[in-house]
Design a protein around this ligand. Sequence first.
Ligand SMILES: Cc1cc2nc3c(=O)[nH]c(=O)nc-3n(C[C@H](O)[C@H](O)[C@H](O)COP(=O)(O)O)c2cc1C
Length: 188
Amino acid sequence: MKVIAIIGSPRKSGNTEMLASHSLKALAEEGIEVEIISLAGKEINFCNACMACSNQEECSIQDDFQEIYEKMKLADGIILASPVYYGSCTALIKAFIERAGYVARFNPQTLRGKVGGALAVARRAGHNFTIAQLDLWFNIVGMIVPGSTYWNIAFGREKGEVSKDEEGLKTAWNFGKNMAFVLKKLKS
Ligand SMILES: Cc1cc2nc3c(=O)[nH]c(=O)nc-3n(C[C@H](O)[C@H](O)[C@H](O)COP(=O)(O)O)c2cc1C
C-alpha cells in the first residue's frame, strides 16, 4: 500500500512539509510506503475549462500536473497539506485540486474509495476553513476521510516552527495512524 502527501506550500521544506512528513512517518511505521510530493517549484497552471478531460483522463495543459495525477491514480491514500494563505489554502494547491477534481469527475472510479485527508499550518488563524476546503474536495471525488484526535491543524510561521507545536504534531501523527487503520480494514 502507498500513501502520497501533496504539499501546497511554495516554500520547500517548510512547516507544511514537516507536518505532513510526521503523518507519513506514522504510516510508514505501519508498513505503508510513503512519498512526499512538493508543489514548490512545480509549474501548476489553473484550469482553463477547455473540457478536454471529458474525453480523456488527461489534462490538456502541458505542465507538471499530469505526472502528479498519475501518482494519485496509483496511490491507495492521498494527503493534501497546505499552509494558510489569507484564510484559505494556497492558490497553488487550489489550482492543482481544481484540475485533479475535474479530470477525476469524468473518470469517477479513479479516486473513489481511496483514503485521504487534509492538513493545514498557519501562523495564527484560518486553519479550519483551509482543511474544510480540502476535505470537501475529498468528499466530491468519493474518497474516505478518517478523523484524528483533533482537527488536522498546527501552528508555525518561520520554517521549522511547527516542530514546537506538540499537539499539532500529535494530531498529524494520530491522523496517519487512523489512515493506516482504515487502509488495512479496506484491504483485508
Ligand atoms: C501570502 C501569505 C499569506 C498568509 N496568510 C496567513 C493567514 O491568513 N493566516 C495565518 O495564520 N498565517 C498566514 N500566513 C503564514 C503561513 O501560513 C505560515 O508561515 C506557514 O507556517 C507557512 O507554511 P510553510 O512553511 O509550509 O510555507 C501567510 C503567509 C503568506 C506567505
